[in-house]
Each structure stands twice: as C-alpha cells, then as structure tokens.
Design a protein around this ligand. Structure first.
Ligand code: FES
Length: 107
C-alpha cells in the first residue's frame, strides 16, 4: 500500500499505509491522526481536514476543484499555496511517499 507521511505541528512524523482509492483523510482518521477532524465525513463541506502538502510534492497531486478552492479560504489555520483538503486527495500508487504537514488547528 502507498505510504503517506504526516508531520505533526511539533515535528513528530507518522508514516501510514493507506489503501489505494481511499482518501488521505480516511487514512489519517483510521490511524488516529488527531489533527484531522473531518467533521463533514469527507464531503468537502467543513475544511477541518486541512493539510499542507510538502512544497516539492504539490505537483504530484491532481488540481483542486473550485469547491475545494473555495473551502480552503475558510480554514482555521492560515491558507498557504500548498494547502489542500485531505478528503479530496485520493491515494494512488503514484502518491507513495507523499508528505503532508498538519496545521496547528482546524477550528
Ligand atoms: S472532511 Fe470535511 S472538507 Fe474534508
């Protein structure tokens, strides 16, 4: 399974294997990554699954939808150029080794 590396605000890292076809959000919540709240359950309505994708890896992701773009304007932690919603990142074999940083707050 592809591995996604989560970097906590304090610098700790968790490398988690996530099934192809699942979202990065689903992998995070199933493995107890507490910084991902995912209040809407992955329906792109809450923005509490905000992550910062590693600068050098942002190009590995498919472009975001207009809806994701609009939701990212309402994140609790500051939006950055590499901000994405974890529920909108579908894990594929090509994303093995993806590194995402977790914001210090989601609400
Ligand atoms: S889980 Fe709600 S927007 Fe991603």
């Amino acid at each position: 399974m592809p591995q996604v590396i989560f970097v906590h605000p304090d610098g700790r890292q968790d490398a988690i294997e996530i099934a192809v076809g699942a979202s990065v959000m689903q992998g995070a919540t199933q493995h107890g990554i507490e910084e991902i709240l995912a209040e809407c359950g992955g329906n792109a309505m809450c923005a509490t699954c905000h992550v910062y994708v590693d600068d050098e890896q942002i190009g590995r992701l498919v472009p975001m939808s207009e809806n994701e773009d609009a939701l990212l304007d309402g994140t609790a932690a500051e939006r950055q150029p590499t901000s994405r919603l974890a529920c909108q990142i579908e894990v594929t074999p090509a994303l093995d080794g993806l590194l995402v940083r977790l914001p210090d707050r989601q609400t």
